[in-house]
Write a protein that binds this ligand. Structure first.
Ligand code: ATR
Length: 271
């Protein structure tokens, strides 16, 4: 019988996950289907129990359910640290994972960027920043989190410091911090459609040994990445993080490494 997978969230209609996973299932000739379901936080528990009872293969969670899920699902240590679950597996009860940081890690590794031992400057202190900061600190990077609201960066860094090296600060000395960094990651919404002129830094702030990774993928080439190219820095686009977090979820559910290029094509066609 066909196995059902899904993403729960609200809003969820524009999620790229169904296209991405269904393309992978088709390519691998697996009898599976992935669908988006609109679920509110109040209904998350019922929805998860229902999905498990109906034999779902697994689900992803998106806004506004990732934190709420911690009350319901047994989280692994990384997801518990991040404080958010984006992947639920039903094989053995209800296990929760967070593959967002792994998605960022694989995106950089694919571009031959080393994380261990590197100085990583993460700008922003929201959900994406949390996932990346925990993962990269665990992987041995030295993390600085810089945020417009300084206290949020300081609070997040003090949590991340439990698994590795991290400190938090405001945006005042961002130029000096970039000069000392190997990797700069934008986890703010600056540069996102429709305000595409926004950027956390310009070419003068950057150096040619820097890798600049923007998690914004609408547009794919953000102002920040244009500035990075101008400075001769390595520019890494954000859609790969979405694809790799999906690929990691796919592996948790099925034990199979999905075809990345097929998933990428499906995501790019939908952008
Ligand atoms: P996500 O969950 O996707 O990471 P979020 O939680 O909405 O997104 O976080 C957005 C981040 O972008 C925050 O760090 C926010 O800074 P504040 O904590 O000070 O609000 C940052 N951000 C949004 N607009 C910004 C701007 N114009 N300049 C600098 N940072 C900005």
């Amino acid at each position: 019988m066909r196995t059902v997978f899904g993403v729960f969230g609200d809003p969820v209609a524009h999620s790229k996950s169904p296209d991405m996973h269904n393309a992978a299932f088709r390519e691998l000739d697996m009898d599976c289907i992935y669908h988006a379901f609109r679920v509110s936080p109040e209904n998350l528990k019922d929805a998860l129990l229902g999905a498990r009872a109906m034999g779902f293969g697994g689900v992803n969670l998106t806004v506004p359910l990732k934190q709420e899920a911690l009350k319901i699902v047994e989280a692994d240590s990384l997801a518990a640290g991040i404080g958010a679950i984006n992947t639920v597996d039903f094989k053995d009860g209800m296990k929760g994972y967070n593959t967002d940081g792994l998605g960022a890690k694989r995106t950089l590794e694919e571009k031959d960027v080393t994380i261990k031992g590197s100085n990583v400057l993460i700008v922003g202190a929201g959900g994406a920043s949390r996932a990346i900061a925990f993962q990269f600190a665990k992987d041995g990077a030295d993390i600085i989190i810089a945020n417009r609201t300084e206290q949020k960066a300081i609070n997040l860094a003090s949590e991340v410091a439990a698994v590795g090296s991290a400190r938090g600060c405001g945006l005042e000395s961002i130029k000096e911090l970039i000069a000392e960094s190997d990797i700069l990651i934008n986890c703010t919404t600056l540069g996102m459609h429709p305000n595409t002129e926004g950027t956390i830094a310009t070419a003068e702030d950057m150096h040619p040994d820097l890798t600049v990774f923007d998690i914004v993928y609408n547009p794919l080439e953000t102002r920040l990445l244009k500035e990075a190219k101008k400075a001769g820095a390595k520019a890494v686009t954000g859609e790969m993080m979405l694809i790799y977090q999906g690929a990691e979820a796919f592996k948790i559910w099925t034990g199979v490494e999905p075809p990345i290029n097929v998933m990428k094509k499906a995501v790019l066609e939908g952008l």
